[in-house]
Design a protein. Structure first.
Length: 277
């Protein structure tokens, strides 16, 4: 049985970008890894088959409480699914909910945690959910705040943006690599190199350069335009929108900025994000 290396984040924080790079690098791709196969390379911790296997019932017959009770068992099944350490996508916060643990530390080897400035994230999150920016601001400040993956009926407990980030940054149970979305945009070579080095994965420079190219925003967007993306929610026009940072300066109203900073300023400061705006 392998162990799980989680790729964890609040939605729209670079999780798919990280998974695409790792798939292209580790699988030694000679051409771009198909984005619609990312679920095979990095299983989701809400994959219905594991909840069905653990419960003996279709996921449609399971309540939210049922799936919460099954999470640790399902994560053990996910770890056992491959005979080597492997990556697993999650948007879950770390910790417990209604007395049930959300993350199974016993089968975890570590985590890559991606975080994004909430001032930018809220714009992408609104488009992702097909709602207004004001409603997205409220959702990011909500508790417990649930999400359901586009290809799953299993609920994920996220909490507010601040709760989510704090839950992973204060977790000492498993080793964790922190990656800021803005740093990935600024210098993907540096940030991906840091991830591989920290994980103890050797650097093959030629393959590394190919993986950077094959996982570029333009390439991911091109694939979506040609083949669609099964992880795109039905109400979102597209999954890969712009892949930039700092757009909040032009798109958010002053009152919206003030509300986000008021709710999340403490955590933003910890991460080096500007709050005196």
């Amino acid at each position: 049985m392998g162990k799980i290396i989680r790729i964890a984040s609040f939605p729209k924080s670079g999780n798919t970008w990280m998974r695409a790079f790792l798939a292209n690098y580790i699988l030694k791709q000679k051409e771009s890894y198909p984005i619609n196969e990312l679920g095979s390379f990095s299983l989701s911790d809400t994959r219905p088959r594991f909840f069905q296997e653990a419960s003996g019932k279709p996921v449609e017959q399971l309540s939210t409480l049922d799936t919460l009770k099954l999470r640790l068992k399902c994560q053990k099944l996910i770890a056992e699914f491959k005979n080597h350490d492997h990556f697993v996508k999650t948007h879950s916060r770390y910790g417990t909910f209604k007395g049930h643990s959300l993350i199974n530390d016993r089968v975890s080897k570590g985590a890559i945690y991606l975080v994004r400035n909430p001032l930018d994230l809220v714009i992408s999150y609104a488009a992702h959910l097909g709602i207004s920016i004001d409603k997205a601001i409220d959702a990011m400040d909500g508790s417990p705040n649930f999400t359901v993956e586009a290809d799953s009926n299993v609920v994920t407990v996220m909490g507010s943006w601040s709760d989510h980030v704090d839950s992973w940054l204060t977790n000492k149970s498993v080793p964790r690599i922190l990656v800021r979305y803005e740093d990935l945009v600024e210098d993907p070579t540096r940030e991906f190199n840091k991830v591989l080095t920290t994980l103890g994965i050797g650097i093959d420079q030629d393959q590394f350069n190919k993986a950077i190219e094959f996982s570029s925003f333009s390439e991911l967007a091109r694939q979506e335009s040609v083949s669609g993306f099964r992880e795109r929610p039905p109400h979102a026009k597209r999954f890969f929108r712009q892949g930039v940072s700092g757009q909040w300066n032009d798109l958010l109203e002053r009152s919206q900025v003030k509300k986000i900073v008021g709710a999340h300023g403490n955590v933003m400061t910890k991460l080096g994000y500007e709050t005196s705006v």
